[in-house]
Design a protein around this ligand. Sequence first.
Ligand code: AKG
Length: 246
Amino acid sequence: MNKFNKKYSENGFLIEKNYFNKDDVNKITNEIQNLKKNVDLYYDKKGKLRRIERLYDKGESLNLANSKIMDLLKKIFETSFTIFKDKFNAKPPGGEGFFAHYDGIFKFRNEKNELKKGWYEYGNKFVNVLIALDQFDETNGTIEIAKADEGNFDELFLNTKKNGTPDILPEIEKKLKFNPMNLNVGDVVIFNNTCPHRSKKNNSNSDRKSLYYTYTPLELGSKYDEYFNDKLKSKNTTSKSLSGDL
Ligand SMILES: O=C(O)CCC(=O)C(=O)O
């Protein structure tokens, strides 16, 4: 087991400092600012851009970032990964945080009205990668991550609010130790989807931008198109954000 893998196995998360340099990040940010076509844009109630999805391959620097992340995952896990879902989170000043949640542990109804097990319809190992495009600290609602929970979908589902979101019950959240991540521009956090995580509102005067990608083992094939097609048809209208803004 390599040193990264050992650390990841202990906690379910690790930080890779300075994986992207400032120049890389500037190019990525510029590409994101010019994205208009073939991506999904989400605005908050005040009309501010909150999130962009389906963007990882919509620019040269974005494509390069995804390749560099896949290289990093291969180094850590000694197996190849492919992208499962992708988003850019803007978190502008005043932007809402997220309740404590897992990723992918929720149920949704598909177009045939069948109840489905969140991301576990597409696999059973999910690695999140957050790329800090701005500094992350306690003033701008940095991400806080707790050690990965053990258990399969059904076991972890019991810890959630069971309301179509992966939000964790307050009595479970109270017992967890969350680690606020202090990140510099270009730092990358790699964490298991079963790590409870949350963030507070952005109380600073500037954006707190990030790329938030999720990867699955390549051996299962790409589930990216299937996931986004199902998401479009899903009858689940609840969102994970504190405000419920979509
Ligand atoms: O950006 C954040 O503060 C957390 C994002 C998050 O947890 C999510 O999108 O699942």
